[in-house]
Design a protein around this ligand. Structure first.
Ligand SMILES: *Cc1c(COP(=O)(O)O)cnc(C)c1O
Length: 354
């Protein structure tokens, strides 16, 4: 065998249904390849990629309704969520706590652990959204940040962000919105979720999910420069003086890829993709409903449905990359690579497994 034949191949996307990653846009792939060795963590030495990062942050600001955004392109939603908690903790007192809904991504557990803050989890309402009354009960004078999720990982739900902003304000806390997955679809919906809709202080929005950028590209955005100041440490041996990021050396490919994807797709390309993905989610939900499954209504392009274990395992054996929520529902995330043809083929395999 030749070497090419034995080389490991990357995952094909034609049976991937539960991932929040996707095939990057070709322009983003090209841009990433060109900037593989540039380090945006050292902007004075690598000014070109640093300029791209400034432009990418400005475009992200546009996506999230913020005129003068402060932030950067990091490794992903986990880093951005850690940074949001870290900034809030640094601006608050010693016994800081974080109040987040039970639906919050597991990265908040990591943030609480790394930063030694207490994580208080609020119950959800009947529609898998943060229960504002319980968030209010949990928040107190030591609360550094209240978290709302705009597009939950398991059910694609949008928390009542403006109401959570009121709770944060009463507690003297920051409001952080985690739109890691939802940020590139929510601009085309009626949901109130962004910096223009509510008193949001910080936000997570991942170009490497619905943004169609190559991995790794996460976005951390803040309304005020003081938030980044609260994260900055001095960097004596670099050409620049301070650094607010968590990573030191960072991915030039991620930054250039995110820039190219945004440049190419914001805003019409992302709107078209949202419409296609939402139509696919609605289609899948209605096909499953017709077959008698209990389906959670897809408010964003993510379908969660009850599915017996036998069928789940048969579909896995057919090669479908699928996963379940903590409460057992199958999740299908209608990412850009998920086409109607794929869903029809999935449904055909489902019918055979019944
Ligand atoms: C995916 C996701 C994250 C984590 O992002 P990574 O890029 O995997 O670190 C955080 N929050 C939400 C809502 C997500 O969907």
């Amino acid at each position: 065998m030749t070497r090419a034949e034995t080389r490991p191949a990357p995952q094909e996307f034609d049976r991937v249904l539960s991932s929040m990653c996707t095939d990057p846009h070709p322009a983003a792939r090209d841009a990433a390849m060109r900037f593989l060795a540039d380090n945006p963590g050292d902007p004075a030495t690598y000014p070109a990629v640093s300029d791209l990062e400034r432009e990418a942050v400005a475009m992200l600001g546009d996506v999230v309704g913020l005129d003068d955004p402060h932030g950067y392109v990091g490794s992903g939603g986990t880093e951005a969520n850690i940074q949001a908690v870290r900034a809030a903790r640094n601006l608050a007192d010693d016994d800081a706590n974080v109040v987040a809904p039970e639906s919050a991504h597991f990265s908040f557990q990591k943030a609480a652990d790394v930063l030694d803050v207490e994580l208080r989890l609020a119950e959800l309402d009947d529609d898998h959204r943060a229960d504002v009354d319980h968030v209010t009960d949990l928040a107190d004078d030591d609360t550094a940040v209240v978290v709302g999720v705009a597009g939950t990982t398991e059910f694609g739900r949008v928390d009542p962000i403006p109401a959570l902003g009121d709770v944060a304000e009463d507690a003297g806390a920051n409001l952080h919105v985690d739109a890691a997955w939802g940020g590139f679809v929510l601009p085309f919906t009626d949901h109130d979720w962004d910096f223009a809709d509510a008193a949001v202080d910080t936000m997570t929005i991942d170009p490497h999910k619905m943004g169609q950028a190559p991995v790794p590209a996460g976005g951390f955005l803040a309304r005020d420069p003081e938030t980044l100041d609260a994260l900055s440490i001095r960097t004596p041996y670099l050409e620049s003086d301070t650094q607010p990021t968590l990573g030191g050396t960072r991915s030039g490919a991620g930054v250039a890829g995110a820039h190219a994807a945004l440049d190419e797709l914001w805003r019409d390309g992302y709107r078209d993709q949202y419409e296609t993905s939402q139509a696919n989610a609605d289609y899948l939900a209605s096909e499953l409903d017709d077959r008698g499954y209990d389906v959670v209504d897809p408010v964003l392009p993510l379908v969660a449905t009850e599915l017996p274990d036998r069928e789940f395992r048969a579909l896995r054996d057919d090669g479908w990359r699928i996963s379940r929520t903590a409460s057992g529902e199958l999740r299908v995330v209608c990412m850009p690579h998920v086409t109607r043809e794929m869903l029809d083929s999935f449904l055909a395999d489902l019918d055979r497994s019944r």
